[in-house]
Ligand binder design. Structure first.
Ligand code: NAD
Ligand code: MG
Ligand code: MG
Ligand code: MG
Ligand code: MG
Length: 331
């Protein structure tokens, strides 16, 4: 069993001034959680941009990125992975002092050598295993999002303690924090989001919906069956494991699921998963994504448009209007 950290012996005063670069999904959550944990936080953003204004409204100190980096001893890089290299080179690196710490929430740019930090700073990672808006929501509820931490470069001798303090400040140790490496986090995170979490689950939902609609069933019925109920089932799995879910559904569902599930997701699927993993491990995916960004994200833009226009989205929008409570959690 891996060693889990739950925060008992972690000192928040290991953190001096923390600069949070970017105020998006992760950025706003880290900044506000740290601030409420009593840590001195400055947000680094583009002057008078949307994030600048939002962070000010939320009561935080805000500076332009170079200034924020300069005043802090820890700089947390929470802008999108694909813009980090440029912003790092132009606005972060020139303002780092020896013995500073830079922190990532995902290992992509370090692992694939897009960012090569100087030898005189700590390089660490704290990666919450959840979307930023949930990192914020559960912290407010007094709970936490589990996370991973890693130390890639330790010049001060206490880089690990600094990473642990940061993880505690954003609430991760409340749920459990696990040590990893930049390589392991990067490869497993990319794999999860491509295979089951984002890529697989959306394809499964769309195929389920399409199969029912093509067979002549009402789209609304197909929506409830393929998409709406997914969350209810996943909640049971999340809270009680697979056994909790199997216990909760009918014996008919349990029998049908256990005998049919493996026909739908069969050994070919697993073979495909292995190929996707190989492309992550040998850097092929990283190369593709870097090139995609250099040419202005043409593939992403096309795919995003197609996804937006899927029939399930039209039906879903109407049906969700009738369930206003679903909106409460939207940000
Ligand atoms: P995001 O897309 O929500 O970040 C947007 C922020 O970056 C905004 O404040 C925006 O103004 C700023 N920004 C964008 N381009 C900029 C530029 N050129 N110059 C200055 N600021 C710029 O980012 P995110 O999804 O929170 O991801 C941040 C990091 O966290 C990434 O490394 C990502 O892999 C990691 N991560 C994200 C999640 C998640 O839930 N989204 C989960 C785990 C890890
Ligand atoms: Mg995003
Ligand atoms: Mg992830
Ligand atoms: Mg990710
Ligand atoms: Mg049913």
């Amino acid at each position: 069993m891996a060693e889990m950290h739950y925060g008992e012996n972690i000192e928040l005063n290991k953190l001096d001034k923390v600069a949070i670069i970017g105020y998006g999904s992760q950025g706003h959550a880290h900044a506000l959680n740290l601030h409420e944990s009593g840590v001195d936080v400055v947000v680094g953003a583009r002057k008078n941009g949307k994030s600048w204004k939002k962070a000010k409204e939320d009561g935080l100190e805000v500076k332009e990125i170079p200034k924020a980096v300069e005043t802090a001893t820890l700089t947390s890089i929470l802008i999108p992975d694909e813009v980090q290299t440029k912003v790092y080179k132009e606005q972060i690196k020139p303002n780092l002092n020896p013995q500073d710490t830079i922190l990532f929430a995902h290992g992509f740019n370090i692992h694939y050598n897009q960012i090569r930090p100087p030898k005189n700073v700590n390089v660490v990672m704290v990666a919450p295993k959840g979307p930023g808006h949930l990192v914020r929501r559960v912290y407010k509820e007094g709970a936490g999002t589990p996370g991973l931490f890693a130390v890639n470069q330790d010049v001060t001798g206490d880089a690990e303690e600094i990473a642990l303090a940061y993880a505690k400040g954003i609430g991760c140790t409340r749920a459990g924090l696990l040590e990893t490496t930049f390589k392991e986090e990067t490869e497993t995170d990319l794999f999860g989001e491509q295979v089951d979490l984002c890529g697989g689950v959306t394809k499964l939902i769309k195929d389920t919906f399409e199969t029912l609609v093509e067979a002549g069933y009402q789209p609304e019925v197909a929506y409830f069956e393929s998409l709406h109920e997914m969350k209810l089932i996943i909640d049971l799995i999340h809270e009680q494991g697979l056994q909790g879910m199997w216990h909760s559904v009918s014996n008919t569902a349990e029998y049908g699921g256990l005998t049919r599930g493996k026909r739908v997701i069969d050994n070919n699927t697993k073979q495909n998963m292995k190929e996707v993993l190989k492309e992550i491990q040998n850097g092929e995916f990283a190369k593709e994504w870097i090139l995609e960004n250099k040419s202005g994200q043409p593939v992403l833009k096309r795919a995003r448009e197609q996804e937006k226009n899927h029939q399930i989205e039209e039906v879903g929008q109407e049906l969700r209007e009738m369930m206003p409570w679903l909106k409460e959690n939207q940000e």
